[in-house]
Design a protein around this ligand. Structure first.
Ligand code: ZN
Length: 181
């Protein structure tokens, strides 16, 4: 995985980009959905090996899982905006696997489980893989992870969010001056 912070930030940014209404519940669900796939680290406790379809970076990191999860949540919470909820939650959930496939370690991501159990990485792997344990996170390794995530996740997200903010300000300004006339 990239770290929980990296995944959560991408979910937050995606929700802001896709849903111009910035629905607060949807923002929270997007952050949670971007982090959720790593719940599969629990399967290590049940002796399920990493490379198993239900192992780490397996089913919960797949496209089928992202679609199913987004459908369930959009039906539960989407009300009149089910399609918007679905889109934001699908992209937030699958963004997790996409980030993982850009990391430097672990096994690849099972994007096509249950149809194909193969694990995939992208050809560019730039994000330093985050340790699974908390104690390891506060180590030299953790520092390297933070630096690489700042560079490849946080900076791009902040740039996108700033850009959105500026567009909104400009539009607001136009509306105000338009109304004044
Ligand atoms: Zn992961």
């Amino acid at each position: 995985m990239a770290s929980l912070f990296g995944h959560g930030l991408v979910g937050y940014t995606l929700s802001k980009v896709i849903d111009s209404k910035h629905n607060r519940l949807l923002v929270l669900l997007a952050i949670g959905s971007a982090i959720l796939p790593d719940i599969d680290v629990l399967t290590f406790n049940f002796g399920i090996p990493y490379s198993h379809p239900f192992g780490h970076r397996g089913f919960t990191h797949s496209i089928v899982f992202a679609i199913s999860w987004a459908i369930v949540l959009s039906l539960m919470f989407g009300k009149r905006r089910k399609l918007m909820f679905f889109l934001v939650l699908f992209f937030s959930t699958i963004s997790h696997g996409v980030l993982d496939a850009l990391t430097t370690g672990g096994k690849g991501v099972g994007f096509f489980i249950p149809f194909n159990n193969e694990r995939f990485f992208f050809s560019i792997q730039v994000i330093k893989v985050s340790p699974i344990g908390i104690s390891e996170f506060f180590s030299k390794w953790g520092v390297q992870v933070i630096i690489s995530e700042l560079k490849y996740i946080a900076v791009p997200c902040v740039v996108v969010l700033l850009f959105l903010y500026l567009i909104k300000r400009l539009n607001g300004h136009k509306e105000r001056t338009g109304r004044g006339r």
